[in-house]
Design a protein around this ligand. Structure first.
Ligand code: GNR
Ligand code: NI
Length: 168
């Protein structure tokens, strides 16, 4: 296993649209293991393959308190979303230090493949629903700051550039 580098906004590679996984094989299971290790090390509650510069539809999530409940979604699709929406304060490992509110459907039903390549469906609400939608956006090349105003986005870009200069 390995901790992978996480791309930082405004890296253009974060806007790549991921392709579906063709076969859930050992290469994908290794990617899942590395993504889980990267997410736990960060620490974060979710990670999309896009963030580690792999443009295939793979997501890992663990919203449990004890960090002992890894969820893996391969080729995830939202099958239904609630009409009710809810705003939640979001953050992103690709946009460190930035937190802002995003409004999304409160509940979603997702269909995906597990690490054995078996299809399953799951209903999500609360933080899990927020995280799933946030990760599925990454797979479409969308970062949560793109829901914010143009002014906020440009301020965030300057802040990220400044952070980069400090570590350089
Ligand atoms: O660790 C994360 N926390 C978080 C908090 C609120 C809403 C979404 C998230 S996802 C984020 C990890 C991440 O960047 N996943 O892409
Ligand atoms: Ni994110």
């Amino acid at each position: 296993m390995a901790v992978l580098d996480i791309l930082r906004y405004p890296d253009a590679r974060l806007h790549t649209v991921a392709r579906p996984v063709a076969v859930v094989d050992d290469r994908i299971r290794r990617l899942v293991a590395d993504m889980a290790e990267t997410m736990y090390a960060a620490p974060g509650i979710g990670l999309a393959a896009t963030q580690v510069d792999v443009h295939e539809r793979v997501i890992v999530i663990d919203t449990s308190e004890a960090k002992d409940h890894l969820l893996v979604f391969i080729n995830p699709e939202i099958v239904s979303s609630s009409a009710e929406k809810k705003a939640c304060e979001e953050g992103c490992l690709s946009v460190p230090g930035i937190y802002d509110e995003v409004e999304r459907p409160e509940r979603v039903r997702v269909r995906a493949l597990d690490v054995r390549g078996e299809p399953f469906e799951m209903d999500a609400e609360g933080l899990l629903a927020v995280c799933l939608q946030h990760e599925m956006d990454h797979l479409q090349g969308k970062v949560f700051v793109q829901y914010l105003s143009r002014l906020k986005q440009s301020r965030i870009k300057s802040k990220m550039a400044k952070l980069d200069r400090q570590v350089a």
